[in-house]
Ligand binder design. Sequence first.
Ligand SMILES: [Zn+2]
Length: 487
Amino acid sequence: LHPDLRERCARSVSSLDVAVCAIGGVVPLLETYRFRDLVRVIIASKKGLDPSKPVHLFGAGHPLVFPLATLLGCDLFDSASYAKYARDGRMLFADGTRRAADVRESSCLCPVCTAHPMEKIAAEETLLAEHNLHACFGAIREVRQAIAEGDLWGLAERRARAHPALLDAVRELRRHNEFLEEFEPVSRPGALTYVGAETAHRPILHRFRRRLRERYSAPPAKGLLVFPEGGRPFGERLAAVVDQVARVADVHFAVKSVWGPVPLELDQVWPMCQTIVPEATDLEALEAAEVFFRDWAAGAGFPFGILWEGEATLDDLRARAPGGRAIDWNALRIRATADFQFGRGAADALFAGAISYVISKNTGKVRNVLADGEHVVSLRAADGLFSLKAAGARRLAKAFPPPRLRIVVEEDTVPFHREGKNVFAKFVREADPDIRPGDEALVVSPEDELCAVARATMNGREMLAFKRGVAAHVREGVPHGPTAPRR
Ligand SMILES: [Zn+2]
């Protein structure tokens, strides 16, 4: 497959003055259902391609592959498949191909299938071709709807049930998570719904586990008490047990969820709270959860870990981690969230000084966090992450050297951002390669003066590649002048 050559070639193509880049030579893969190789080919090409240019996939004309190919970043398809299949007496459906002669009833509601009896359709190549085209268009509409709902991963995983070769392809995706994760938004509206054992390997969950290992620091405790997967939010479900344990034992708390370990203070971070999983989990998912948990627990620094098995565990805990623990859950939550979202050290920077909260009257949860009277961040109910305020941005800018968290804009546009105008990709000079769609970012001048706080709409690499479109929505402009807090 020569992924290295494909990537190199894609780089050269991207440097040409072309509007659309195309990936070809995949028809033999499609015809022999080598979808896993198709994944490797597309990803290798995408790695080298300019992310601002639409990608055309030659020869992909079966509804089966549209969700997967779109997920990997293909935008346009063309193919004579609909006609070739018709000539061969075969009908395309979203879940596969059938010989027209074997179809007793078509489940399709296209004009052909609703107006003619199956015998007639099977006998006429034109009708078959017409149906096949409708099937393709329907599949494309389904893909677009899934994108609008933020559920393209779900569609690709569900469609993979239609053919084992497609399932192989979806299972291949986890091996490319480092690349796929770059394009994954920090959160999506609604819940993340379990489709199969593959779901736990989606980039969003890969990122959660990686950030936990790299950014999260557990509070000091003599041990870790581990709860099994169950009702969410975990903190609310387990509140009574946690209170009981904290009175007699000095341990911290985490849940061994199907998505991986979740320290209790991060249970509101998307998608850990907004998740729908089956009550009975399959063995593959359980084994994966076990591996995810061990990967984290080994480096988390707890002298021991113990699984909660009811009241009997209390005696164990008294013996192994004697002494109670007074826990300030609000403080734990905001500190863990800050490091998780912005990087290790962010909590120290954001929350230096006397901390106070604005608590939501509706939910009783922290809404705003103030440090020494300055409003530094707001906690979003929708995804459990922070919206950054100007005062918080100043603190992060001091704590993290460039290019961390930054979007560097052209000098000329600085005054506009100070007034709250959005950042256009065209005027982005540099950007932190670690910025992801939906991330909070610091908009700075070429001299690294903070001029706005913004929410990224694309990743750092895309900001540099795109010549048009909004790179980040400015939340708050930062006027010129004294950096001392105004009260
Ligand atoms: Zn039809």
